[in-house]
Design a binder for this molecule. Structure first.
Ligand SMILES: C[S@@+](CC[C@H](N)C(=O)[O-])C[C@H]1O[C@@H](n2cnc3c(N)ncnc32)[C@H](O)[C@@H]1O
Length: 266
């Protein structure tokens, strides 16, 4: 579907009305109210951002703010996967400012939902609201294996640099359970990234990866119910000490109620 066709579908044709003076005045007032509302959103954006550099890029009114982590390289790799798999909707767990949510909705016309545990999501959400990005939203929630059960299935799920937080907070067992339940929510493809034990801030929390990052993640994902694990790109970790690999994996089998029940009993 071309952009022009999509644009045409987003609104019904306006009904032709006789233009009265009152009608014109109401239109001007509506425009002023809208401009005032966008001004408030932009002011709230600057307060929420508080001058800090976000993890992901944020764009508002055509201006893009610099961020800490590489996201362009990763987005190009993710976008190719979403296209190749014919994805129509995507869930981004631990989406931070929601840059991938925005790109998926704006560039690929997907319905894109992000989930973020902290307030950082607000900055991206204000920017998306201001720029009227359609088909995108971010929910504030702390995702646990139990919380994942409440989610519907998505064609694609992104879980990028989140699982090491889970391992640090609750241990490897809970993190593996998180992935097992997540496998039941992915209908086509998971895109996955995790911090490494070679990053000084994570060494004490993550299991040693004696066979290397790729072998560790491959085994982790396969144990959790994924197959066809592939490396699609790599990018510098937060402190730029090492490269983090970006993986894709398919769910090993179609999830059904029986699989979910077994996970509940375990
Ligand atoms: C290192 S950042 C990665 C952000 C983004 N996924 C990326 O790769 O660019 C991890 C993000 O996940 C969020 N997070 C960590 N654990 C989470 C959980 N259990 N539920 C929801 N968000 C979580 C953190 O607040 C943080 O914003």
């Amino acid at each position: 579907m071309t952009a022009a066709v999509i644009e045409g579908l987003t609104s019904y044709a306006e009904r032709l009305r006789r233009r009265s003076l009152g009608g014109r005045a109401r239109k001007v007032l509506r425009g002023l109210r809208l401009r005032f509302a966008f001004g408030l959103i932009e002011a709230a954006f600057h307060v929420a951002k508080a001058g800090g550099r976000p993890y992901q890029p944020v764009e508002i009114g055509g201006r893009r703010f610099a961020n800490v982590r590489d996201t362009d390289e990763r987005w190009h790799a993710v976008a190719k996967v979403l296209r190749d798999y014919g994805v129509k909707n995507v869930l981004d767990i631990g989406c931070a400012e929601g840059w991938f949510v925005r790109r998926a909705a704006a560039d690929l016309n997907l319905f894109a939902i992000g989930i973020e545990a902290t307030d950082v999501g607000i900055v991206g959400e204000l920017a998306r609201l201001h720029d009227r990005v359609p088909r995108a939203a971010v929910a504030r929630a702390f995702v646990t294996p139990e919380a994942i059960r409440g989610l519907p299935q998505f064609d694609a799920v992104l879980c990028l640099s989140v699982l090491h937080h889970m391992i640090r907070g609750f241990g490897l067992g809970v993190a593996e359970r998180f992935l097992q339940v997540l496998a039941t929510r992915v209908s086509k493809i998971l895109v996955f990234e995790i911090g490494t034990a070679s990053e000084s801030s994570w060494t004490e929390f993550l299991p040693e990866q004696s066979q290397g990052q790729e072998a560790f993640v491959r085994e982790l994902l396969e144990r959790a119910g994924f197959r066809n694990v592939r490396v699609i790109t790599e990018s510098a970790a937060y402190h730029r000490e090492v490269q983090r690999l970006l993986f894709t994996a398919e769910p090993a089998k179609a999830a059904n109620q029986e699989t979910l029940k077994q996970l509940e009993v375990a």
